[in-house]
Structures are given as C-alpha cells and as structure tokens.
Design a binder for this molecule. Structure first.
Ligand code: FE
Length: 183
C-alpha cells in the first residue's frame, strides 16, 4: 500500500480515541493542527508534520489514558523515527522536537505555561518539566527549532470540540510533496 494511504488508514483505524484528556479525538486534533499550519501558510513539509505530529500515539497504541497512568510514551521519538524512514528532516524534526518546544516555551514564556490545558500541564511533568538553561541552549541549536515552535502552538490550539475542518484527503498533496525523493 502506498505510504500516504497507509497513513490515512492509521487515522481511520486508530484515530478515534480521545486525544489525551481533551474533548477531541486523535484524528480531529491532527486535522485541526494541520489546518492551522495551512492557514499560517506553512510549507507543505510543515503542514505534513502538523498532521502527523502525534503519529507516535497511533503507532504504539498505548491507549488514550497514558498521561493518567503516569507513563511518558515518548510518542515524539516513536513518531519521528517512523517518519524519518519516509520523509525528510523538515517533517521528522519538528515532530521529534514538538515536546521539547513545549518544555522550551514553558521555561521561557510564563504566559505560555499559564495557558496550557490541564491535561497538557499534567503531561509536562511526565515529559520532564520546563527546560533548564542547558536544555534551552541545546534546543536553540536545533536547525528546525522555529518549525517546532510554530507546530507546538498549532498543536496547543487544536483542541476545539466540533470544529469543521478539511479531512485527511485534503493533505494528500502536502504529504506526497514531502515524501523522501519528492521533496
Ligand atoms: Fe498534539
């Protein structure tokens, strides 16, 4: 099966679980994140990264209550490792860094931390809390840090119950453009 079809099947088969502690499903959350990226005129690879940023959740299916059970599934590493097999670093890196971006913003923007949803604040602890100075410096050295920060803010905003946005098929051109060999 072509990769893009396999991705869409993942959403169809595993995306209907609730996104950790929020009132939207995994698929709704992914579609809203991608929609925000596209509305911000992000490059196709970053729109693809937005759609796929939580693919690690779908891949390892630990269930919808991972944060409640006190497990940090490291979904960003699972997702990025899988994405790196099929897409270039402009897709895989922002995904790998989207939790780091949250920890970075929590350390550097008090208003960001205050604005996190309760579930996101709970998972912050499991993810290691706000970055130390040394961790912030390491993050600032990442080539795709700006993309990761932008992705993070779309991610945080993509939790609106019942919002009407385009479906997965809308993103086929973005995904195909970002595939290894096509980018
Ligand atoms: Fe997310």
């Amino acid at each position: 099966m072509p990769l893009v079809d396999a991705v869409f099947r993942l959403f169809a088969e595993r995306g209907s679980g609730l996104y950790f502690g929020e009132a939207v499903t995994e698929t709704e959350h992914a579609l809203q994140t991608a929609h925000l990226a596209e509305a911000a005129d992000a490059a196709p690879a970053l729109v693809a990264a937005a759609l796929l940023h939580d693919v690690g959740h779908l891949l390892h299916s630990l269930g919808e209550d991972v944060a409640d059970r006190g497990i940090d599934g490291r979904h960003e590493d699972v997702g990025a490792a899988w994405l790196a097999r099929h897409f270039g670093p402009a897709v895989a890196d922002p995904v790998r860094l989207h939790v780091a971006a949250k920890r970075y913003l929590c350390a550097t923007e008090p208003a960001y931390l205050a604005g996190l949803s309760p579930a996101s604040r709970r998972s912050l602890e499991l993810q290691g809390g706000p970055f130390t100075d040394a961790e912030q410096a390491a993050f600032r050295a990442e080539p795709h840090r700006e993309a990761a920060l932008a992705l993070r803010r779309w991610d945080d905003a993509a939790k609106v119950p019942g919002l009407a946005v385009p479906g997965v098929e809308h993103y086929r051109p973005h995904l195909e453009a970002a595939l290894k060999g096509n980018a």
